[in-house]
Design a protein around this ligand. Structure first.
Ligand code: ZN
Ligand code: ZN
Length: 356
């Protein structure tokens, strides 16, 4: 599998007229090498593939990294790469401009004075766009954990509990069910705070008559799930129930239309159209979704502006939302695997409004 990824990367490097690529982004290093630690560099050339780290990761990388020549150095990642002559004879070396800092770039120029460096963006990410069976299985497992966490956290939601306590309960349940970690900081937004799409949990106590928005994810072997559900604590005002119905319809229509071969913006338009027709158009203030994998946000972007053609084998989120300042917010988010004729929804928590 890693062999196929290295081979695929070399094809992309050829298309960019590069005979080497320095991979500094950790999720990309993990994708190519299997290394799950936090300090490494990968250098892939036409003939060689080097993995560089230091003694803290000697044992771990020996276990995780196959098919790369491992260099456990002590000088610093770039210094060790230079000492091992990883770029010898190289005529055009790409670096990942989205992750390399300016200071690192300057150090590269000093350490490899004869190598012409070129900024690149999204080369490894384009390989990771289509998931293989093993990757899908990891995301499915993460999604199943998130579903089980959602089911169990409902018992914990009662008036007087704070958003922070709910977030802590979600994190605890997540690990208790076997997730390696939260895929991102848990979002709990109650009442009017629901109008903030990325609210951080606070000491606010949840109350009867309001909506509670929960957005969280689990990771399995580095792969993320991402689930949002919005529940009501007792009866909520009619306008919020109408908003909920609009978001639910947008979520279900988008899931019914999603497939490889359509553009991202066409899928976004399906959901946006539902919400607009129900009179909430100006409250849907973000894009419909995003790709999901070793990163919780990755390509493709599923937005109104994205002309990108969705590919069968990508996993994306479908997460329409309505955010009414002063009143509250609703979002319903699922993870779906795109196929040629449709999609398979990986998150299975109930979507109908749950009134506690
Ligand atoms: Zn989310
Ligand atoms: Zn999301």
């Amino acid at each position: 599998m890693t062999d196929a990824r290295i081979a695929g990367l070399r094809v992309r490097m050829g298309e960019h007229a590069l005979d080497a690529l320095l991979v500094t982004s950790l999720p990309n290093i993990r994708y190519l090498t299997g290394f799950s630690g936090s300090h490494a560099l990968a250098v892939v050339t036409a003939r060689n593939a080097f993995f560089i780290s230091d003694s803290r990761y000697a044992l771990q990388s020996a276990r995780e990294v196959k098919r790369f020549r491992r260099i456990i150095g002590s000088l610093g990642l770039f210094e060790d790469a230079a000492a091992a002559k990883t770029l010898r004879g190289c005529r055009a070396a790409g670096f990942e401009s989205d992750s390399l800092t300016y200071a690192q770039y300057r150090s590269l120029r000093t350490l490899f004075p004869r190598v012409p460096f070129r900024p690149t963006s999204g080369i490894v990410e384009s390989l990771a766009l289509v998931k293989d069976r093993r990757e899908v299985a990891c995301i499915e497992e993460a999604a199943a954990i998130s579903d089980s966490v959602f089911h169990d956290v409902l018992k914990f939601l009662r008036p007087g509990v704070t958003e922070l306590e709910i977030a802590a309960e979600i994190s605890w349940l997540n690990r208790q069910r076997g997730a390696e970690s939260d895929a991102f900081d848990v979002i709990v937004a109650s009442g009017p705070r629901g109008a903030l799409p990325h609210a951080r949990p606070t000491a606010r106590k949840i109350r009867r008559g309001e909506l509670i928005l929960l957005d969280f994810g689990s990771t399995i072997r580095g792969y993320c799930s991402d689930l949002t559900r919005t529940v009501a604590l007792g009866g909520v005002p009619r306008r919020l129930r109408e908003a909920y119905r609009a978001v639910l319809e947008a979520n279900e229509s988008a899931a019914a239309s999603a497939r490889g071969g359509m553009t991202a913006r066409a899928l976004d338009a399906v959901a946006r159209g539902c919400i607009r027709r129900r009179g909430f158009g100006r409250y849907f203030i973000h894009s419909l979704g995003h790709g999901l994998g070793l990163r919780v946000h990755e390509r493709p972007r599923v937005s109104a502006l994205s002309p990108e053609v969705l590919q069968a084998g990508s996993v994306i989120t479908i997460e329409p939302g309505i955010y009414i300042p002063g009143s509250g917010g609703v979002r319903i988010e699922d993870d779906v695997l795109l196929g040629d004729r449709g999609c398979r929804v990986l998150t299975r928590s109930p979507r109908e409004l749950i009134v506690l």
